[in-house]
Ligand binder design. Structure first.
Ligand SMILES: Nc1ncnc2c1ncn2[C@@H]1O[C@H](COP(=O)(O)OP(=O)(O)OP(=O)(O)O)[C@@H](O)[C@H]1O
Length: 307
């Protein structure tokens, strides 16, 4: 019998508009999130990603449709969200004049009624997010990377099962970003369910199992990111001639300038790609493989302007 993956959250035909008569910001969205997986919500600016996250985390109420956390049927939606769901917002959601420790102490005191657990939960969040070095520093004086980690630590301090992260790595250096991605991969290994928005597709490829593409408030595609598809990117010294492009049996996408990408679905296509590359070997400047095709998918879906 096929193994059925447990569903953590379902949305059924959810719609939301900020103003009457204005276009809907979320338009008839249905989707399911799988327990223990990381789902990316992707789309261009204004697609509705933050609004959708606000609906799933109870900050906004859906005007139509239903949002359910089937795992927590015993609680109402509001209570399930309060106890099990955490949000890492795009903006820094802490007190800049308090220390890192005092911020965590404050937020733990709100989410955990049992005072005996406070010290333990604060310590766990500090350890998870590697904040030991800055624990007594005033939050407002932290570097951008540490501020991002504190934002995440506050969300984790309530020990949620589901964590929504709205562009958690915006504006930080590559090493701080790596630290956050490592932390999120660890959380996934611990069985936490993650929902993630970012414009950085290589992060999505590293972290996510599923992708929901939004445009104009509507779901335009859902994809599982599996390793069955390979993406092959290469650049050439000069733009390819038409005769050279037709050597590739698969769809060849020009990314920009002399950069190209193609998606490989099976070993036959892989063989054909190698054979074509072999014929062009003097023209190839750089070549790389990645185990998914998210960039091409994104470009295919969003290259045309929204009418
Ligand atoms: N508070 C608000 N009042 C009115 N309209 C809003 C409000 N917040 C968002 N919108 C509108 O809702 C739509 C979706 O916005 P949203 O911020 O959810 O998109 P997004 O995909 O998160 O964008 P970005 O990638 O720029 O963060 C946009 O048309 C936006 O102008």
């Amino acid at each position: 019998m096929a193994h059925v993956k447990p569903v953590m959250l379902t949305l059924e035909n959810v719609s939301f508009g900020y103003k009457q008569n204005a276009p809907l910001s979320i338009d008839n969205v249905s989707l399911s999130l799988i327990k223990g997986s990381c789902t990316a919500i992707l789309g261009p600016n204004g697609a509705g990603k933050s609004t959708l996250i606000s609906l799933m985390t109870g900050l906004l109420m859906a005007q139509k449709g239903a949002i359910n956390y089937p795992f927590y049927k015993q609680y109402g939606l509001t209570q399930a969200i309060a106890q099990k769901v955490a949000l890492v917002p795009q903006d820094f959601a802490f007190y800049h004049e308090l220390s890192v420790y005092d911020n965590l102490a404050f937020f733990v005191s709100i989410s955990e009624k049992n005072r005996h657990l406070h010290a333990e939960q604060i310590a766990a969040a500090i350890k998870l997010c590697n904040l030991e070095e800055v624990v007594n520093k005033t939050a407002g004086t932290l570097s951008g990377g540490y501020k991002r980690r504190l934002n995440i630590a506050i969300a984790l301090s309530k020990q949620p099962d589901i964590i929504f992260l709205d562009e958690p790595t915006v504006g930080i250096d590559p090493l701080s970003r790596d630290a956050i991605i490592t932390l999120l991969l660890d959380l996934k290994r611990q069985g936490k369910t993650l929902v993630y928005t970012s414009h950085l597709l290589h992060e999505v490829a590293q972290l996510c199992d599923d992708v929901v593409f939004l445009r104009g408030g509507k779901v335009v595609a859902c994809e599982a990111l599996n390793s069955e598809k390979l993406s092959l990117s290469f650049s050439t010294f000069k733009p390819l001639l038409n005769t050279q492009s037709t050597l590739f049996s698969q769809q060849l996408v020009t990314l920009e300038g002399n950069h190209y990408q193609l998606v490989i679905n099976n070993s036959e296509q892989l063989g054909a790609a190698f054979s074509a590359l072999g014929q062009l070997s003097d023209d190839i400047k750089a070549l790389s493989f990645s185990d998914n095709h998210i960039e091409q998918l994104y470009r295919d879906l969003f290259a045309e302007p929204l009418c």
